[in-house]
Design a protein around this ligand. Structure first.
Ligand SMILES: [Zn+2]
Length: 275
């Protein structure tokens, strides 16, 4: 299942082809993915120019010259394939039955959406619909944005009696931070997943040292993961996630990684160095 780093890597690979590109044709090869395609999907896309390709949590947002926003969620298995010189949608072979949508650009490039499990989602929203979208309008701060700092995280966690790990998975606190990277960031910051979220803030909501360490760790873990999934460097995948029973990777720590279920999700942590 793609998490934030995978979605951001997809955005970065598509952006050079899609930004300022005119959509010449759209070939929609089935009526639905997780949900039906929007009405007049093709008609509202063809002839439009993509103004910008952004990401919000795990959603890709293409702003169109019409004012509409094309929203794509990759679901469990969605991916895009870029053919820089395909020469039209019809030229993209239908050999793969999981190629569900082909966007042909005026440049001659084709962008194909492939999704074997069909949990993906495509929406086309007007500015008013975008502003009141039930998921997007409630998302918290983006972890890689400059607005996400120790003060913002402490404010959001102030007075929260829930555990820190569960708070990090709350999309209203941090947008798009998934189970894997929450565990990784807590280990990097040497913070126990089980401590109360409120302990990173003072009573008035000011950031404690723990909030500074955690904010830096979240940014670092996500940035490294984006580099890794973009293929920029090879590194071992995770330091604690899915490593139950392994020695703690922290230098000078003799702890052993444990797994515990927390709010229905697996948490991996080192009981020796995470407090
Ligand atoms: Zn440790």
């Amino acid at each position: 299942m793609p998490e934030l780093p995978e979605v951001e890597a997809v955005r970065r690979s598509l952006a050079p082809f899609l930004t300022r590109a005119r959509i010449a044709d759209v070939d929609v090869r089935r009526p639905d993915l997780r949900a039906p395609f929007p009405t007049a999907f093709r008609a509202r896309l063809v002839g439009r120019t993509v103004r910008a390709l952004d990401r919000r949590a795990k959603y890709l947002l293409a702003t169109l010259s019409s004012g509409d926003t094309l929203i794509v969620h990759l679901g469990m298995s969605g991916s895009f394939r870029i053919d820089p010189a395909a020469g039209g949608a019809k030229a993209v072979s239908a050999a793969d039955r999981h190629d569900h949508v082909v966007f042909s650009l005026a440049s001659g490039a084709a962008i194909t959406f492939n999704d074997p499990r069909r949990f993906g989602l495509m929406l086309l929203l007007t500015p008013a619909q975008l502003a009141r979208h039930p998921v997007l309008s409630r998302l918290g701060v983006e972890p890689l944005s400059s607005e996400f700092d120790a003060a913002a995280l402490a404010r959001a966690c102030r007075g929260r009696k829930t555990s820190l790990k569960v708070a990090l998975l709350d999309q209203r606190i941090v947008a798009g931070l998934g189970n894997i990277y929450a565990s990784e960031a807590l280990h990097a910051a040497r913070l126990s997943p089980f401590r109360r979220a409120s302990t990173i803030a003072t009573a008035s909501g000011a950031p404690r040292e723990a909030a500074r360490r955690l904010t830096a760790a979240i940014k670092q873990v996500l940035t490294k993961a984006i580099d890794r999934v973009s293929g920029n460097y090879r590194s071992s995948r995770f330091r604690v996630y899915d490593r139950e029973g392994d020695p703690c990777p922290r230098r000078n720590c003799s702890g052993v990684i444990r797994r515990r279920t927390q709010a229905g999700r697996s948490t991996f942590y080192c009981p020796a160095c995470q407090r």
